[in-house]
Design a protein. Structure first.
Length: 147
């Protein structure tokens, strides 16, 4: 469903499993009245259960979202792509002239959590990155990135 007149923003990462999913959900929650958020990945692999858990902890569900490939996105319909990891920034596809690309990198929670010996330690990485993404989303209108 498109909402006429609102800028269409895509959050792009590699797997569309964690950071871009969080960004989409947080943008819909905080900025849904002023933009239309989406997410995708260069190599999607499904939503990370810990990312979903981290969002549920702050009262947001990722249940209505799905992991999508950038190849399945109508790039012509987008106004802005925000890459949230270095790999997606380096592998962002060629986009139409009207669509800008900005990069705002965040740490990779699954990579950081890989060495954790217990679930709570792993979740600390997800919560920290979730909170960083939320601050970025809340401040987004004042950054000039939206145009």
């Amino acid at each position: 469903m498109t909402r006429e007149g609102l800028p269409r923003i895509l959050f792009l990462c590699t797997g569309n499993s964690c950071r871009s999913q969080m960004a989409e959900g947080l943008a819909r929650h905080h900025l849904g009245s002023i933009l239309e958020p989406f997410s995708a990945g260069t190599r999607p692999k499904g939503i990370d259960p810990r990312a979903s858990r981290a969002m549920k902890e702050i009262g947001m569900e990722l249940d209505g979202q799905s992991s999508k490939s950038i190849d399945d996105v109508d790039l012509e319909s987008l106004d802005l792509i925000i890459t949230v990891c270095a790999d997606a920034d380096e592998n962002c596809p060629v986009v139409p002239a009207k669509c800008r690309v900005e990069h705002q990198g965040f740490d990779d929670p699954p990579r950081l959590a890989a060495d954790c010996t217990d679930e709570e330690s792993a979740m600390k990485h997800y919560r920290r990155v979730r909170d960083q993404i939320e601050r970025f989303i809340i401040e987004l209108p004042s950054t000039g990135i939206l145009g």
